[in-house]
Design a protein around this ligand. Structure first.
Ligand code: NAD
Length: 499
């Protein structure tokens, strides 16, 4: 039977009304009518349910100018730090008060199950609460300066200053959470922001704009322009008044943005793709490892940057673990996000579904064995069955390329050295998960993995105080934590001759 799309009678009235609204851009504290529109597609049924603005260069320019005026008018960085904290906390409270609405919007726009959307909205508010603690704690240091000039006395110190206007460009996979990873630290640092959400999922960013106005943020501190990457995104990266681009998205787009930003030597933070390994050693608690490795790849239908898409299992327990995960995958309920029974929603769009199916069929044609039994689902929406594939080679595209779908490649290893070598054999370096009962083994492996994050005996979820980011072609710079904040601060050195 075909998987039905979302049943809109389940939507709350505020969500229905929000979806039916004409959406513009949020510039200088006002709603501005968009010059063109892009349809909003519900991925559960491939139907157009609303429209957002397709931001043009002129609209991006207006947003950057509003952010620039707000930055230099000192309406934000000139506020007392405790006042900035108060506004950030007020916004966090408004997100929590509107969590139901935001979760529903995320579900119909991105496709994710409502339960997962609720977790993400709560997580976004948590990031804001964490970053709200920083404004009054941002500080430089004093330095004891002694110069070789007789009788002279010097005083040296550093101060930390916001970098200026930030262009934040984010993907569609966890829309509000990804936006908050940029907005919260930038605002805590005293920057003003132009946010460009992904064209495939912008509704929660637009709802957030309403909450920003309601919280009482000064005009122009946060501006939101929706639209295509090649139009609105590129205009933002090229704008001379933007001091920093903070980007999360694919490695290909990240490289393009980095090249474009070089012309004006903008600061750039890139949180890019991944092909993260999960290593299961034979001394692990296998029941927990199976559930954890399945979560690491199948959460959000594999559309997670740190998705554990390569699974390496020590040979002695290989069959038990591979079959356990395949059974887990076959038991997951696929369905539209508003259906409370759904555990896996659709993929974001037809292109993503084609890409995922293409990888699986090419791997099978090349000799890979499907350990999962589910047939490809019938549906109007973009549903992909979760699959586990064995008999693959380390050099195969299935093992080397980011698929961004519910597809797991399982390979055996014999010993720790081989496991480390296989895990590191990737152009990406975002994250890794280890499952082992041996503390000493875990400590031997962690420093030898070339990646930005290692999770041990857990699937590895983000936490506001712990930085997230990658090495190699997974990018540079960090979101979250103190390092996330520091990416939005410059250091000024001051030297004073007192006598
Ligand atoms: P994408 O690169 O296609 O798009 C991301 C954003 O960039 C969108 O807002 C898009 O409109 C914009 N964009 C596209 N082309 C642009 C251009 N030429 N100039 C400026 N902006 C442009 O990525 P996606 O498909 O939306 O997201 C999936 C990717 O994001 C995956 O590779 C995933 O691994 C990555 N991701 C990484 C992290 C992380 O923290 N490392 C987190 C989530 C997603």
């Amino acid at each position: 039977m075909a998987i039905p799309g979302n049943d809109y009678t389940r939507l709350s009235r505020p969500a229905r009304e929000f979806i039916d609204r004409t959406h513009g851009h949020f510039i200088g504290g006002e709603w501005v009518t968009a010059s063109s529109t892009i349809p909003v597609i519900d991925p559960s049924n491939a139907q157009s349910i609303s429209a957002i603005g397709g931001g043009s260069e002129a609209e991006v320019n207006a947003a950057v100018e509003a952010a620039h005026a707000a930055f230099h008018g000192d309406v934000w960085r000139g506020l007392a730090p405790l006042e900035r904290e108060r506004l950030l906390l007020r916004l966090a409270a408004l997100i929590e008060a509107n969590a139901g609405l935001l979760a529903e919007l995320e579900t119909v726009d991105n496709g994710m199950p409502l339960g997962f959307a609720n977790i993400n909205i709560g997580g976004a508010a948590g990031v804001l609460r964490y970053m709200a603690g920083w404004p009054s704690r941002i500080a430089g240091e004093t330095v004891d300066v002694k110069m070789p000039f007789p009788g002279s006395q010097f005083f040296g110190y550093t101060s930390r200053e916001p970098v200026g206007v930030v262009g934040a460009i984010v993907p569609w996979n966890v829309p509000l959470m990804m936006a908050m990873w940029k907005l919260a630290p930038a605002l805590a640092a005293g920057c003003t922001v132009v946010l460009k959400p992904a064209e495939d999922a912008s509704l929660t960013a637009l709802a957030l704009a309403g909450l920003i106005a309601e919280a009482g943020f000064p005009r122009g501190v946060v501006n939101i322009v929706t639209g295509l990457g090649r139009d609105a995104g590129q205009a933002l990266v090229s704008h001379p008044l933007v001091a920093k681009i903070s980007f999360t998205g694919s490695t290909a787009t990240g490289k393009l943005i980095n090249r474009l930003a070089t012309d004006s030597l903008k600061k750039v933070t890139l949180e890019l793709g991944g092909k993260s390994p999960t290593l299961v050693f034979d001394d692990a608690n296998l029941e927990q490892a199976i559930a954890g490795a399945a979560n690491a790849i199948f959460t959000n239908s594999g559309q997670i940057c740190v998705a554990g898409s390569r699974l390496y299992v020590q040979r002695k327990v290989f069959e038990q673990v591979a079959e356990g995960i395949a059974r887990h995958a076959d038991s997951l309920v696929l369905g539209a996000g508003l259906d409370p029974a759904s555990q896996l929603g659709p993929l974001i769009n037809a292109r993503q579904l084609d890409q995922v199916q293409g990888y699986v069929s090419r791997a099978c044609a090349g000799g890979a064995s499907l350990l999962t039994r589910r047939e490809a689902p019938e549906a109007e929406g973009y549903f992909a069955a979760p699959v586990v594939l064995a008999d693959v080679r380390q050099g195969d595209p299935l093992v080397q390329e980011e698929i961004f779908g519910p597809v797991l490649a399982v390979l055996p290893f014999d010993d720790m050295e081989e496991a480390i070598a296989l895990a590191n054999d990737s152009r990406y370096g975002l994250a890794a998960c280890l499952w082992s009962g041996s503390v000493s083994r875990v400590h031997q492996v962690i420093p030898r993995l070339k990646c930005g994050k290692v999770s041990v005996n857990t699937a590895g979820f983000p936490y506001p105080a712990l930085p997230e980011g990658g090495t190699k072609q997974s990018g540079f710079g960090r979101d979250l934590g103190r390092e996330g904040l520091e990416g939005y601060l410059d250091t000024k050195t001051v030297l004073i001759q007192a006598s």
